[in-house]
Design a protein around this ligand. Structure first.
Ligand SMILES: Cc1ncc(COP(=O)(O)O)c(C=O)c1O
Length: 248
């Protein structure tokens, strides 16, 4: 990680290397954090943040699912994101806002802890994205299933979802692939370890529906909107999945 610029922590821009948390932070032990991943692209008019409002909205939605009351408004977080990008001097980067149950009371119940928020950005240069750009990513259907939304709310972009994703990613890499495709509990395609999936077949674009237990991706939404506006056939039919059986 190249330490460049500053990190926004609870309303203040601090030097990159000073952005520290306590080792007994609740989120570190129990994964009680929600975050966003936002692309910022180089344009002739300067760095352009991709659908900032939608990302901030999703951050707040994820926080709500985890009973987190973010102690800043959406406007403050959006401004913080812009300030962080400007302070980095980067023309193109990946932005990571994160809200988490902080340091205070370390037991399973997160809610007595305060919510801390941080925003960082850095140059994105990872293997799987460059593989995708250069020659198309080689993908493997993972032996790990995507967590079922009845076990964990996969519509929240929560840190806890990503241990499952990391298992799938590491398995794919160990087996010589670039990325994993994850099936859900019904054996249907859900998404990649960290991206939504589309197929293109005979002029029709298809993507798994939201009831596959996927993240409601903002890129997915853009692809769907562009396909519609270009008159390209597009399908995302609800999966017919067996009714859930609950044992209580
Ligand atoms: C599990 C998962 N699905 C889908 C996506 C794509 O989401 P978006 O297009 O909003 O970045 C991500 C992004 O990181 C992800 O982690």
């Amino acid at each position: 990680m190249k330490e460049q610029g500053k990190i926004w922590m609870n309303g203040k821009l601090v030097p990159f290397k000073n952005a520290k948390v306590h080792v007994l932070t609740h989120a570190l032990h129990y994964s009680t954090a929600v975050f966003e991943g936002i692309r910022c692209y180089k344009t002739t008019k300067g760095p352009a943040i991709f659908r900032l409002q939608e990302h901030v909205d999703r951050l707040f939605k994820s926080a709500k699912i985890y009973s987190m009351k973010v102690p800043y408004s959406k406007k403050v977080i959006s401004d913080g994101i812009i300030k962080t990008v400007l302070a980095s001097g980067l023309k193109e980067c990946y932005i990571r806002p994160i809200a988490y149950y902080s340091y205070g009371v370390l037991g399973l119940t997160p809610t007595p802890n305060k919510i801390d928020v941080a925003i960082a950005c850095w140059e994105w240069n990872t293997g799987e994205s460059s593989a995708g750009k250069v020659r198309g990513a080689r993908c493997k259907v993972s032996s790990w299933l995507r967590i079922d939304s009845r076990s964990q709310p996969m519509q929240a972009k929560a840190a806890s979802n990503y241990a499952n994703a990391a298992l799938a990613r590491v398995e794919a890499l160990k087996d010589g692939y670039d990325e994993a495709i994850m099936l859900n509990y019904y054996g249907k395609v859900s998404e990649g370890s960290a991206e939504n999936i589309f197929t293109v077949n005979k002029g029709e674009i298809a993507t798994p529906p939201l009831n596959a237990g996927i993240l409601d991706g903002i890129t997915r939404d853009s692809v769907i909107k562009i396909a519609r506006s270009e008159g390209i056939d597009y399908s995302s039919k609800r999966y017919r999945q067996r009714r859930a059986v609950y044992y209580r």
